[in-house]
Each structure stands twice: as C-alpha cells, then as structure tokens.
Design a protein around this ligand. Structure first.
Ligand code: NDP
Length: 452
C-alpha cells in the first residue's frame, strides 16, 4: 500500500467514525471498500477533488419511523422502522427489507452501502437502499406478522414507488411478509405496480426469484472453481444458514453433484455425513418455510445426522467448499483457520459480509478462492431487477429464460472481478475486483450528474 493510500484511508476513516459514532458494521463495510478503491482515487485525482467517496458514504436520505402494532393478546408493541436510501446514481433505489431483533442504523447503512456496489455489478439500472425493523418474526402468529407488516407499510409507502425505491425481502422477510407488505401498499396507494419484488408468482412475481440468490451463489462459485480446473462435482460442501439463500445454495450445489453436509441457524448446526438429497431438501423446505421450525429437528427425522447446539458454527467440518449464507460476521478468524487447515479450496459468500476482516486476511493469505457477497450473492437482486422489467412490460418469462439471464449476469460479474482483481501472481482478489468495478461505475454516473 502506498504512503498516500495508507494516509488517505486513516484520515477518511477517522472522520467517518467521528461523524457516525457506534456504527461498527458500517465502518467495517466502508473500510473494506476504501482499501480496494484507494488506488483508483490516487490514479484519478478528479474523483478525490470531487469528493466522490465522501458523497458515497453519506446516504441520500435516511427515514426512521415508529411502527406500532398489537399482538394477539391485545398488548401494544412499538418497533422502529428504517429505510436508508443510499445512492440513486444508476437507477431507482433497490434493496431488501430485514426483520430481525438486531436491526439498527449501523446494520441498515452497511447493507445499503454494500447494495449500491452490488447493484452496479449486476449490469442492471438499480441504485442502492436497505430497510427493515428490529421486529423479530420468530414465534409470532401469521396474524401478528400481518398486523406488523401493515403498520410498517403504512409509513413506508410514502417513500417508495416503482420509479423511486423498490424494496424486496431479506432476513425475516420472505414470501409471506412480501405478500402482506404488497397488499397494504396496494390498498393505500390504489395501484398495482412493481413497487416490491419477491412477489408471489400469481401476482406479479418472477419465476426463479426465490431460488435466485442461492442459485447465483453456486453459478458464481462454479466460475471461481473453473479458474482452477475444478467444479462442484464430487466436492463436500458446508453451508451455514437454513433460510432462503442457504436452502437454494444447498439445493443447487447438490444438483451440481456435490455432497452438502451442513445447514445451520442461530442456535447451532446439523451435520449429515450422507449429504442432502431431494427428499431431505423438501423436508428442510417444509420445516423452515411452512412449519417454521428449528434446524435441530432435522436429526429427529434423519437420525444418522448430528446436531451441534450452543450457537455452534459449521466451519470445523472438513469440506472442499464453504458457502456462508446466514448473516454478517458469522465466519471469524478461528473459523477461517479451520477451513484452511482442513483443505477447503473455495469460500463463496451467500450472506452479506459474513466473513470478518481478519478471517478474510487469513483466507486470502492462504490463496483460497474467496468472493465477497456483493459479487456472489448478487443473483437475488439481479432477478428482482428482472421482475421489475417483467412488471413494466407486463410479461412473464419462463424459468429457463430467467435462469439464462441469471447465469449471464453472474458470469459478467465474475468477469468484472477478474478484470479488476487479478494480481501480479495471477491470484484473483475478488474483493478488490468487485469493489473497484462497482465503485467505478457508480462514481462515473455521479460525475456525469453534477454535484447532487
Ligand atoms: P432468512 O431469514 O431466510 O434466513 C436467515 C438464516 O440465517 C436463518 O437460518 C437464520 O437462523 C440465520 N441467522 C440469522 N441471524 C443469525 C445469526 N445472528 N447467527 C446465526 N444465524 C443467523 O434470510 P435470507 O436467507 O434471505 O438471508 C441470509 C443472508 O443472505 C443475509 O445476510 C442476507 O442479507 C443475504 N442476502 C439475501 C438475499 C435474498 O434474496 N434473500 C439476497 C442477497 C443477500 P435463525 O432462524 O436462528 O434466525
């Protein structure tokens, strides 16, 4: 790192931390991007003079609002709602909504910041945003979730629209929640538009949207593996999470010939030495999406599997490929050391920022294939972008058509990463590649549009 780069990052981060105290996840996300793009700033001084980075870390708008709702017993609860509209340089704001007890402004800003670069990488015209609430849907009845979603949307609807800001799902927001949110939006605005994505197939949704993030992760991982003459065929795969992304990443890995041996939730993980098959996958879908049970119930159904509780993570399980698909900072230095020591060759992120900075350093030092979520999990928002297109032209594409678009987009993102991230020794630094490609696109659009 040059003296300029080193000094620039230190000064920039000191100011960012002072202006945004306590927002550790946001600081982490900015620091990573800055480390990748600082050489570009040195190379193109007009980006520095125009304070592009300073503008990118300041959201265009942050909306924080009260979400009151009543539970089934008649008790009133008050949650906090957020929408961070980070950057609209290349299109309407776009990004998911997360319902999880941990949601706060720092997590919303980190996700919206990441989303800006991810959306730029998809090649589609979408700006970056994120929203959510500290509401925890776990253990709530359908009626409680519906009342919460209706209250949340009663305020949010003022700030979104098909040409302004198009939310989607994320942790805790799946098909059920998007349905309730869309129903309330339609009622209040008297319009049937493509303002939310992840809609049900019968009412405006795209085929393959539920599968898109997980499938895209595996398409991206396949491209990474191909750079070393490898593929999923015959490999052992460890997956964390058991939600939307984890389920479809696991299913696609299995269908590409790999043995998927773990799934997890925040309580622990299951290890199935025989690997997932179609019947077990259907059971997991029923368990998580219909019954809304916990992953430990898997071992009651399949006793040859083992459950490890107390919040244990699956990284000590020997594998060739690891797909972290649960949440931020779930793979730490200890986990990274275990993966490296056990001969893992490829880590492809399905979640957003699941790997801590010191874990990334260990993985890259060992020259493992490693991709950041903003590149490898972009398939979800890409198919959301395709859902917007289908809504606009009032047409539906077949699963084959959507899958072909998804494969092409993941391949284009891989190309962008190798173009900007290949180092002198041939090692592809996907973090640098993804950050640089996304940054240059957004920065160029911001320059074109003047000081706004
Ligand atoms: P889901 O809510 O469907 O599933 C989340 C999974 O992660 C659950 O198994 C959950 O377990 C687990 N999890 C959540 N918090 C923690 C935690 N603190 N520690 C351990 N496990 C945890 O969410 P998604 O699958 O949609 O999202 C997963 C990740 O992928 C997130 O980082 C999200 O931002 C990212 N992502 C999602 C996209 C999408 O299309 N859905 C698109 C791109 C990225 P539990 O039930 O115990 O909470």
């Amino acid at each position: 790192m040059s003296v300029f780069t080193d000094r620039y990052i230190k000064n920039f981060m000191a100011e960012l931390e002072a202006r945004n105290p306590g927002e550790s996840e946001f600081h982490q996300a900015v620091r990573e991007v800055l480390a990748s793009v600082a050489p570009c700033l040195e190379e193109y001084p007009y980006l520095l003079e125009n304070k592009i980075m300073e503008r990118m870390v300041e959201p265009e708008r942050v909306i924080i609002f009260r979400v009151p709702w009543m539970d089934d017993a008649g008790e009133i609860h008050v949650n906090r709602g957020f929408r961070v509209q980070m950057n609209s340089a290349i299109g309407p704001y776009k990004g998911g909504i997360r319902f999880h007890a941990s949601v706060n402004l720092s997590i919303m800003k980190f996700l919206a910041f990441e989303q800006t670069f991810k959306n730029a990488l998809t090649t589609l015209p979408m700006g970056g945003a994120k929203g959510g609430s500290d509401f925890n849907p776990r253990g709530k009845s359908d009626a409680e979730v519906m009342r919460f979603c209706q209250s949340f949307m009663t305020e949010l609807q003022r700030h979104i629209g098909q040409d302004t800001d198009v939310p989607a799902g994320d942790i805790g927001v799946g098909g059920r929640e998007i349905g309730f949110l869309f129903g309330q939006y339609k009622r209040l605005r008297d319009e049937f538009s493509g303002t939310l994505t992840g809609k049900g197939f019968a009412w405006g949704g795209s085929s393959l949207r539920p599968e898109a993030t997980g499938y895209g992760v595996c398409y991206f991982a396949s491209q990474m593996l191909a750079t070393r003459g490898e593929s999923f065929e015959g490999k052992t795969v460890v997956v964390s999470g058991a939600g939307n992304v984890a389920q479809y990443a696991a299913a696609k890995a299995m269908r590409l010939g790999a043995k998927v041996v773990t799934l997890s939730d925040s309580d622990g993980y299951i290890w199935d030495p025989d690997g997932l098959d179609e019947e077990k996958f259907a059971y997991v879908q029923q368990l998580k999406n219909v019954i809304r049970g916990r992953i430990k119930e898997y071992v009651q159904k399949y006793p040859s599997a083992k459950y490890f509780g107390d919040g244990a993570k699956p990284w000590s399980v020997k594998c060739d490929i690891a797909l972290p698909c649960a949440t931020q900072n779930e793979l730490d230095a200890e986990g990274a050391r275990q993966l490296v020591a056990n001969g893992c060759i490829c880590i492809t992120e399905g979640a957003n920022m699941p790997t801590t900075p010191d874990a990334i350093a260990i993985i890259q030092e060992a020259k493992l294939l490693y991709s950041p979520g903003k590149a490898s999990n972009a398939g979800g928002v890409a198919v959301s972008g395709l859902e917007m297109t289908q809504n606009s032209i009032r047409q539906k594409w077949t699963p084959e058509e959507v899958d072909a678009h998804l494969r092409r987009i993941m391949s284009d993102i891989h190309d962008a990463c190798t173009r900007y991230g290949t180092e002198e020794d041939g090692y592809v630094n996907y973090v640098k590649g993804a950050n640089t490609a996304g940054f240059l696109k957004v920065a160029g659009a911001m320059m074109d549009q003047g000081l706004v």
